[in-house]
Design a protein around this ligand. Structure first.
Ligand SMILES: Cc1ncc(COP(=O)(O)O)c(C=O)c1O
Length: 433
């Protein structure tokens, strides 16, 4: 792999793509800008591996940004999709598979008594926000710096725009009037949330967060943080919403809420529940979900929502995941991986802090601890860019940003982990010289 690393075909396709699509991609992080490189163009994926159009094979720790928890193109998922395909790709009418996946989600996720399927995590978060406001009759919302909830206007607020100040748009085209209702606080800072509630009495509809942050690297909630948010929201008549688009069915079968034993009012999901096809979902207490159209007045709809292919891939993926030992395997493998990465870096004299929970991990190239986005920004992103490239050359595909979590899958073998650790070890030594 190392000797023949050649990306000529990827370069050619990406050069053409830049004329056809903004930045040459359909979603920004893929463009490798934050690692100062050009993207690898994929040809196919299978199990823990991805192959590019130059014939290079990579051990993949992105897993299509989370969905590929059973490994890419799992044979059982593919077989059930082939069967479903024969019956058609989209019905635009009720199908029994929606009931089946709903039942599985309701059974698994503690907060969910009723669910609505959509097509992406962005859609789920956008819809949940409307529901939060409708249910409480309040417009404001608290989110945390470094948490990502998709690209709807209300969530695109500048990180660090101030605890006590109004949110500022983080993208042209987002009206100031929209983000003025979005209040931000540093992650793991209950006092800041308390202050926001005190300063905005009876105005805050709820608090939304990633129960483990995977969009600012990898940040876990400190003991008491999630519990504290549960109490604060209750005291203030606001809703608590866990965005489990990334953590749902990954951190445990019942998501982060099951693992940490804190039950939100509403939950958003995506990625894993679509098994590699576009799916999002939001769900929660019946009392709240009943407000969604057509049973209630809160409008939300989707042409392709609940389509039989997406439902099939989701159902099969969850069936595989709920087999005995899946999460223990993910937990142990991922721990071995992150511990090995951190040990190698330290031995090479490179500052690092990293951790994992179940099949999700991350590290920062700086001294720890990292408890919020501000602290995450201390990480050495230049070095990460070089490390990323060097790892690619050794056949390991990491997320192309110092601020994205990594994902393992049930398809990664002990050998894959060992080969990856060997590559990290070599890179840390080579790059530190
Ligand atoms: C926590 C979280 N919420 C929402 C989203 C948006 O999901 P999508 O990309 O499917 O729109 C993401 C995407 O990475 C996410 O990680």
């Amino acid at each position: 792999m190392t000797n023949a690393f050649n990306t000529t075909n990827s370069q050619t396709v990406f050069t053409a793509a830049k004329e056809l699509m903004p930045g040459g991609v359909s979603s920004p992080v893929r463009a490798f800008k934050s690692v100062n490189g050009d993207p690898i163009v994929f040809d196919r994926v299978k199990g823990p591996y991805a192959w590019d159009i130059d014939g290079n094979r990579f051990i993949d720790y992105v897993g299509s940004w989370g969905p590929a928890i059973c490994g890419h193109s799992h044979p059982e998922v593919i077989a059930s999709l082939q069967e479903a395909l024969e019956k058609g790709t989209s019905f635009g009418a009720p199908c029994e598979l929606e009931n089946k996946l709903s039942e599985m989600v309701i059974e698994a996720v503690p907060s969910v008594e009723m669910v609505r399927f959509v097509n992406s995590g962005t859609e789920a978060c956008m819809a949940v926000l409307r529901l939060m406001r409708a249910f409480t009759g309040r417009d404001k919302l608290i989110k945390f710096e470094g948490c990502y909830h998709g690209h709807a206007d209300m969530f695109l607020v500048k990180a660090g725009s101030g605890v006590a100040t109004l949110g500022l748009p983080d993208s042209p085209g987002v009206p100031r009037s929209t983000t003025s209702n979005t209040l931000t606080a540093p992650y793991n800072d209950l006092e800041a949330v308390k202050e926001l509630f005190a300063e905005n009495p009876d105005a805050i509809s709820g608090v939304i967060l990633e129960p483990i942050v995977g969009n600012a690297g990898f940040i876990t909630p400190e003991p008491g943080f999630l519990e504290g948010l549960r109490e604060l929201t209750k005291e203030n008549g606001a809703l608590l919403v866990f965005d489990e688009v990334m953590t749902g069915f990954r951190i445990s079968y019942g998501g982060a809420q099951e693992r940490f034993g804190v039950t939100p009012d509403l939950t958003t999901m995506g990625k894993v529940i679509g098994g590699g096809l576009p799916v999002g979902a939001y769900g929660g207490k019946k009392e709240i979900m009943s407000m969604v159209a057509p049973s209630g007045p809160v409008y939300q709809a989707g042409t392709l929502s609940g389509n039989p292919l997406a439902m099939t891939a989701g159902i099969k993926t969850l069936e595989i995941l709920r087999q005995e030992g899946s999460y223990e395997r993910l937990e142990n493998m991922t721990k071995k991986l992150i511990n090995g990465i951190c040990d190698s870096a330290k031995q090479a004299g490179i500052p690092i802090t990293g951790s994992s929970v179940s099949g999700m991990f991350g590290f920062y190239l700086c001294e720890g601890p990292v408890r919020n986005f501000e602290e995450a920004k201390k990480a050495n992103t230049d070095y990460f860019g070089k490390l990323h490239r060097a790892m690619l050359e050794k056949g390991v595909y990491l997320a192309p940003s110092a601020f994205e979590a990594g994902f393992t899958s049930l398809a990664h073998s002990e050998d894959d982990i060992d080969i990856t650790l060997q590559a990290f070890n070599e890179c840390f030594n080579e790059l530190s010289q």
